[in-house]
Design a protein around this ligand. Structure first.
Ligand code: HEM
Length: 265
């Protein structure tokens, strides 16, 4: 996980944003701490680490915004500071936007790579199917991993009006927790929901990227990264196998692996 799954999305997003190579490690480290809060604050120590990382990221971004106002480059931060100058992006929005873009991929894409590889290793026939035709089967393996073991297990909404759902009333103003992970295993939608099958007809779209106005803005990027990662793994490491104890992260909203030792020989 730390050798392959985590560095890939972090280096892609830091590159797109235009974070200079010299600073990308520091952005990555603080971004990971801020991203860990997506699963909730776990302790006072965690809160203190979050606060320190948040403050440091704020300073780093402020100086990067300044740099790109003076020296525009071909990157997302340059475009966003230009949009702020034209009042398209409002004062105060810029930093929140880049914070979210930086961290949103940290706790998500990395976990899909781990969860997908683990599911393939646990189902050797499926790994074989991917290996036999990596270019065609990688996107199917990715979609099946997003359904079977999604990195974001749930989200929430507040009802804007009274709604009746499956015979229950949700009153205006009430919180609703949506269980994305459970939805992917709904037997009314998927045949054999607990089987990992990359040949599955993917016409019933999973909810791993949520839905409605908050539908994941990063999904085309995430899908591109995941498809490339899985295709290249299958092409370059056809003999991939688990070679040590698999450890899951102790999180609940975010679901992924801390450790997945593999051998490629
Ligand atoms: C496989 C990888 C990813 C998964 C499973 C995922 C999942 C999600 C989910 C479930 C939401 C919606 C939360 C809600 O409805 O309350 C969301 C929103 C969002 N995601 Fe992703 N995400 C992924 C990758 C990324 C990447 C790479 C980026 C950035 C480049 C990104 C940026 C965002 C942003 C900015 C939002 C907020 C959209 C809004 O509220 O309008 N995501 N994502």
């Amino acid at each position: 996980v730390p050798a392959f799954a985590a560095p890939l999305p972090i280096s892609v997003i830091t590159d797109l944003l235009g974070i200079p190579d010299a600073d990308s490690r520091e952005f990555g480290e603080h971004g990971a701490v801020v991203g860990s809060v997506l699963d909730g604050i776990q302790s006072v120590r965690h809160a203190a680490r979050f606060q320190a990382a948040n403050a440091r990221l704020h300073t780093l971004f402020e100086s990067l915004f300044e740099l790109r106002r003076r020296e525009p480059a071909d990157d997302l931060i340059t475009r966003l500071v230009a949009a702020e100058a034209e009042d398209v992006v409002k004062p105060g929005e810029l930093e929140h936007m880049v914070f979210l873009l930086l961290i949103a991929g940290f706790e998500t894409t990395v976990n899909v790579i781990g969860n997908c590889v683990l599911a393939l290793m646990n189902n050797p026939g499926q790994w074989e199917a991917l290996r036999a035709d990596p270019e065609h089967m990688a996107p199917k393996a990715v979609e099946e991993a997003l359904r079977y073991d999604p990195p974001v297990q749930g989200t929430s909404r507040i009802a804007l009006e009274d709604v009746e759902l499956e015979g229950r009333m949700v009153r205006r103003g009430q919180w609703v927790f949506t269980m994305i992970g459970g939805a992917g295993h709904d037997p009314d939608v998927y045949e054999r929901p607990d089987e990992f099958d990359i040949g599955r007809d993917a016409s019933a779209e999973h909810l791993a990227f949520s839905g409605g106005v908050h539908y994941c803005v990063g999904q085309p990027l995430a899908r591109m990264e995941l498809n490339i990662a899985m295709q290249l793994l299958a092409e370059r490491m056809p003999k991939l196998r688990v070679a040590g104890p698999v450890r899951r992260r102790k999180t609940s909203t975010i679901r992924g692996l801390r450790q997945l030792p593999v051998s490629a020989a």
